[in-house]
Design a protein around this ligand. Structure first.
Ligand SMILES: C[S@@+](CC[C@H](N)C(=O)[O-])C[C@H]1O[C@@H](n2cnc3c(N)ncnc32)[C@H](O)[C@@H]1O
Length: 286
């Protein structure tokens, strides 16, 4: 009997619930921003905001300028992450763990010319992202798969770089980093941008718990990233606290009546009371 190839590794009940969430997800903040230039980011933004958009008196123009400005800040975050993956060239392959609707892999491909494999638990996201890659004519190099990032089935040592952009809070870090360490070649680069709770505050705050409930996730403490990396051949080379840099995005998003999801004040409170941090960690696979 020929051996069948499992394209979708078995998922836990929790992972099915996460998949259901992302299969059903149609938030304007994720779709309207992406429609601007067909780069769909499902993560937050960084950098100084152009506050004059709030002075705009024409309602349609205000709405359009707010959308454009939030997209610019989200794109800046994606570019920061991509800038830490290199140097890479067109012969390299990268792995986008928890790829959403695919923006991060496109950003990496446009920057380096590299090939990319993105994985998501959501079939809807993978189909959407593959359609986008076809429309751009880059589907020969950028591919999205409905797979579990803890158990991808991809080639051992086949990747020069890999990342998680706001997707580590859905998984156990030891299992995740073991898979990144397996996929990365020696000297390969791993990068994550993530929200984590601040050990110096104590345990997870009320706000962190609210964010967990909102997204069906489980935010890890900052310390756990470094412990789990050390256990899995990933040696941090750069750590950047982006908490201050993400505040303008949230302050602006709060004012965008057409895009708010209701979680904006919780994020702002969590960052401001010191219980939550927005972190970039880059590490080398040794
Ligand atoms: C907040 S979104 C981030 C999307 C993307 N990284 C971005 O920056 O646009 C979280 C993503 O993680 C994915 N995810 C969560 N757990 C996963 C798992 N075990 N395997 C693969 N993808 C997973 C979800 O399907 C979703 O696409």
């Amino acid at each position: 009997m020929p051996q069948s190839v499992a394209t979708v590794p078995a998922q836990t009940t929790y992972q099915h619930r996460v998949a259901d969430y992302w299969n059903a997800e149609r938030n304007p903040v994720n779709l309207e921003l992406g429609q601007i230039d067909d780069l769909y980011h499902h993560h937050y933004g960084i950098g100084d905001a152009e506050w004059s958009v709030l002075q705009e008196t024409d309602p349609d123009r205000r709405r359009q300028r707010l959308t454009t400005e939030l997209h610019r800040l989200e794109h800046a975050q994606a570019e920061l992450l991509a800038s830490r993956l290199g140097p890479l060239d067109a012969s390299d392959r990268v792995f986008d763990a928890g790829c959403g609707r695919g923006g991060g892999s496109v950003v990496a491909h446009l920057r380096y010319g590299c090939s990319a494999d993105g994985v998501t638990l959501s079939t809807k996201q993978a189909d959407f992202a593959n359609a986008q890659a076809r429309a751009r004519g880059i589907d020969g190099k950028v591919r999205y798969h409905h797979r579990n990032m803890l158990d991808t089935g991809f080639t051992t040592g086949g990747y020069a770089a890999s990342w998680n952009n706001e997707s580590t809070m859905y998984v156990e870090l030891d299992l995740l980093f073991a898979e990144h360490a397996r996929l990365l070649r020696r000297g390969g680069r791993y990068v994550t941008i993530t929200g984590c709770y601040n050990d110096t505050y104590g345990r997870a705050s009320r706000e962190v718990s609210l964010i967990n409930a909102h997204y069906i996730c489980d935010i890890h403490p900052r310390s756990e990233y470094f412990r789990a990396m050390a256990r899995n051949r990933l040696v941090p080379v750069h750590v950047e606290d982006l908490t201050e840099a993400t505040l303008p995005y949230w302050e602006l998003r709060k004012e965008a009546e057409h895009l708010v999801t209701g979680i904006e004040d919780t994020f702002l409170d969590a960052y401001k009371n010191g219980s939550f941090q927005y972190l970039l960690i880059a590490a080398d696979r040794v």
